[in-house]
Ligand binder design. Structure first.
Ligand code: ADP
Ligand code: SF4
Ligand code: MG
Length: 317
């Protein structure tokens, strides 16, 4: 059994004049100690997927499908169980998470909080654990007495990582954890996350709009387009789906803000999820579309070397 098994997950937001299908039937698995990257343009449903995994979506979102964490269904578990899972088994580092720090509380107290709340440590043991965690993320122990405004953006993101590690989770979900940081700091923080999860045998679900961020860091990649996974495969190999190929051909420099939008060389915009094209939703932008592509939607199918892709040109024939 995998640590995380997502089966046919959908997330739909209710809005004033209708519905936004942000995630549409996503299935994926993640083993203990494995790093899976999820890549896709802005608006492809990555954050909705991440939030759904720990039931952190706003009230106007409807979720269906199954999310098994260690065999336990996150979508149906009690609130009490869910609270325990959120810190002790899986934790999440958000995009611009630095704003999640309390400005008037010393960072040491903020890192210690989940340990104390979940009764994993008393005050003295928590203090020692905070010092150890700060050291793990490359900050001196005396920083525990600092307030968030006394730290740089990169240091604050390191604090957020220390918080995510505090209760020794088995899964860390990192949603664009370095997007707000400058390029040098981004590379340092990403390397840090990778080293920590490898050393502690933690599973990592790393989300980014930037393929270059994920390629080195992850064992496997899943490519999202308009709420669906259109390709999965080992991160080293060549892509099979025309959308993934366009993404990788564009291969933006690390941290390039322009890559949040359409990759270079790929015309048009991602579709509005409230008005999706028929058939393969990528067909209006696909450079190799066939006539049937506007009517037939293809599910993920084998594409060689542990790879799957949702495209009529892949596999079978
Ligand atoms: N709270 C919300 N209400 C309505 N629509 C939303 C909400 N959050 C996200 N969306 C829409 O869902 C789609 C997917 O968004 P998101 O999951 O944030 O994608 P990504 O993280 O890949 O940029 C987008 O079209 C976005 O506008
Ligand atoms: S199914 Fe057709 S439109 Fe969709 S990616 Fe493949 S070739 Fe392009
Ligand atoms: Mg996002």
């Amino acid at each position: 059994m995998s640590l995380l098994e997502v089966d046919d997950l959908s997330v739909t937001y209710r809005i004033a004049d209708g519905e936004v299908p942000a995630v549409r039937g996503v299935s994926l698995t993640l083993d203990a100690g494995e790093a899976l990257g999820i890549v896709g343009e802005s608006g492809s449903g990555k954050s909705s997927l991440a939030l759904a995994l720990l039931r952190l979506l706003p009230r106007d979102a409807r979720t269906s499908g199954r999310i098994l964490l260690d065999g336990d269904d996150v979508l149906t578990m009690t609130w009490g169980r869910l609270r325990a899972v959120r810190w002790a088994e899986a934790s999440i580092v958000f995009q611009g998470a630095q704003h999640g720090l309390n400005p008037v509380q010393r960072i040491g107290d903020q890192i210690a909080e989940p340990l104390l709340v979940h009764k994993l440590a008393g005050p003295e043991k928590a203090r020692r654990r905070v010092a150890e965690l700060l050291e793990q993320v490359g900050l001196p122990a005396w920083r525990s007495r600092s307030y968030p405004h006394e730290l740089s953006g990169g240091q604050r993101q390191r604090v957020m990582i220390a918080m995510a590690l505090a209760c020794e989770p088995r899964l860390i979900i990192a949603d664009e954890p370095t997007t707000a940081l400058d390029v040098m700091v981004q590379a340092q923080v990403l390397t840090l996350i990778r080293e920590l999860v490898a050393a502690e045998d933690i599973a990592l679900l790393m989300i980014s709009h930037d393929l270059s961020v994920l390629a080195d860091l992850c064992d496997r990649l899943a490519v999202m387009y308009a709420g669906r996974v259109v390709e999965t495969g080992p991160s080293g190999g060549a892509f099979a789906h025309p959308y993934s190929r366009a993404l990788s051909a564009a291969f933006p420099t690390i941290g390039d803000p322009a890559s949040r939008l359409a990759p270079k060389g790929l015309g048009g915009d991602p579709p509005d999820p409230a008005q999706l094209p028929s058939g393969c939703v990528f067909h209006p932008r696909c450079p190799v579309a066939l006539e049937t592509c506007s009517t037939v939607q293809i599910d993920l199918r084998p594409a060689g070397d542990r790879r799957t892709a949702a495209c009529v040109l892949v596999g079978e024939d």
